[in-house]
Ligand binder design. Structure first.
Ligand code: GDP
Ligand code: MG
Length: 423
């Protein structure tokens, strides 16, 4: 049984908490793309945890966690994240964490290049998290990545590193005029952190293939939403990897297997981190009220998230791109204080309306068309059954379901593990 959990919108839909909840039914949780630009917040009986690189299944003792070849991994950050969780009593050993030998390593010079480029772009910046993700993926496709499996042959690694650093310096020192990178410092970095994580590295592709054939239940955990996918998102304001569910078997190392189930995580309103067109964006007091109600500040960066009402156009597109069989609608409780709740039902340009998501370049020329719903104005965070929900909340859910073609299976009404309703 292979299940993907992915975001329908711009990310931060609450994927981490849904993986944490649903992973009780799974044997293995796999991260298949992205790096430590992800920020998943999970609250359970053991405390509050922020995960950037580790799969959310790490918080369940009986779950085995895999970091796939589709990821770019900052080994210093990984060692620190593991240390933080271990200090909080979470068990992390080579038995419950496996790292692909084919995953690319995100190096300190990737972070430098990320920062240098954002500084060069100045007010035209893309809103990078400055964690080296785009340069890491760029290098991967330029075939200049160092991959996890290379840590085992120090001599060969040093030779490749020397070549790569020479090339990196053409950019870092030559183009940006920054301090050149030293091979020995990079070799030391790889040795220091590489030695700690070597015991976790293996051919996870072979492992996952065997486990899938044995009928084990495998869950793929995405970072970011459909609208941040490198191909299908709001390019160039996207992430640098494919976040869509269809990429999960590839980024995990088992392209010979097909997904059995795609679960899409969709927020009851819209949020967006970083730059780029965001059609439904609220500003001023309206924005501040929603941002505070939803506590919309980045888990990885603390940046205030841009907010707006639910977007039927973008979500319908996200559902199609994720091939979502089932939807978890999250954070419905955040809307409880509102007298009226707006939903964007179409985009309009030159007097023409559409519900098909447009080509991203020119997206800023579309205006949102809103429909207004009556709010329920009562606390729903204690609701655990569909029948507990007020009539207005049920109407809101029903409308979203119809308008987007979603099959809503879960509705979450609080950040805690048990704060959800099965539909
Ligand atoms: P992810 O990146 O998709 O995993 O999402 P994040 O963890 O970045 O953002 C989701 C935030 O919403 C986290 O702070 C969660 O604790 C919180 N959250 C998740 N589900 C709910 C919910 O149903 N209600 C409320 N109020 N908060 C939630
Ligand atoms: Mg997040």
């Amino acid at each position: 049984m292979l299940t993907a959990i992915s975001g329908i919108n711009w990310g931060d839909e609450g994927k981490g908490r849904m993986v944490d909840l649903l992973s009780s039914e799974y044997d293995i949780v796999v991260r298949y793309q992205g790096g430590n630009n992800a920020g998943h917040t999970v609250i359970n009986e053991r405390g509050k945890f922020i995960l950037n690189l580790l799969p959310s299944g790490i918080l369940r003792e009986e779950v085995i966690n895999v970091m796939g070849n589709g990821m770019v991994i900052d080994i210093k950050h990984l060692v620190e994240e593991m240390g933080r969780l271990q200090a909080a009593g979470i068990k992390i050993t080579p038995d419950n964490l496996k790292i692909s030998d084919k995953a690319a390593i995100c190096m300190p010079y990737h972070i430098s290049r990320d920062c240098l480029e954002e500084a060069r772009l100045s007010d035209k910046k893309f809103g990078s998290t400055r964690r080296g993700i785009a340069p890491s993926y760029g290098d991967k496709y330029m075939k200049k990545s160092i991959r996890m499996g290379e840590l085992f042959d120090e001599k060969a690694l040093k030779e490749r590193l020397t070549d790569i650093v020479e090339w990196e310096n053409l950019m870092v020192a030559g183009v940006y005029g920054a301090e050149p990178i030293s091979v020995s410092a990079m070799a030391e970095h790889l040795k220091k952190y590489g030695d700690i994580i070597k015991p976790f590295i293996s051919d996870v592709s072979l492992y996952l293939d065997e486990q899938a054939k044995k009928g084990k239940k495998i869950m793929f955990e995405a970072q970011l939403g459909a609208l941040r996918d490198i191909d299908f998102g709001i390019y160039p304001f996207t992430s640098s990897s494919n976040s869509i569910a269809a990429y999960a078997p590839i980024g995990a190392g088992i392209p010979n297997h097909k997904l059995d189930l795609s679960i899409g995580i969709m927020k009851a309103y819209s949020t967006c981190v970083g730059e780029g067109p965001f059609t439904v964006e609220y500003f001023g007091d309206k924005a501040e009220k929603l941002r505070q109600a939803g506590n919309e500040y980045g888990a990885a960066t603390g940046r205030p998230r841009r907010v707006g009402p639910f977007d039927v156009v973008a979500s319908k597109y996200g559902i199609r791109m994720q091939g979502a069989d089932e939807i978890a609608l999250t954070k419905l409780d955040v809307l409880s204080d509102m007298d009226e709740i707006e939903v964007c039902v179409a985009y309009e340009k030159d007097g023409k309306q559409t519900t098909d998501f447009p080509f991203p370049q020119g997206l800023e020329n579309y205006k949102p068309i809103f429909k207004t719903f009556k709010g329920w104005k009562q606390d729903i965070s204690g609701c655990r059954k569909k029948e507990d929900l007020p009539k207005e909340a049920l109407e809101y859910i029903e409308f979203i379901e119809k308008a987007t073609g979603a099959k809503i299976k879960y509705v979450s009404v609080g950040a805690e593990r048990e704060a959800y309703i099965i539909f």
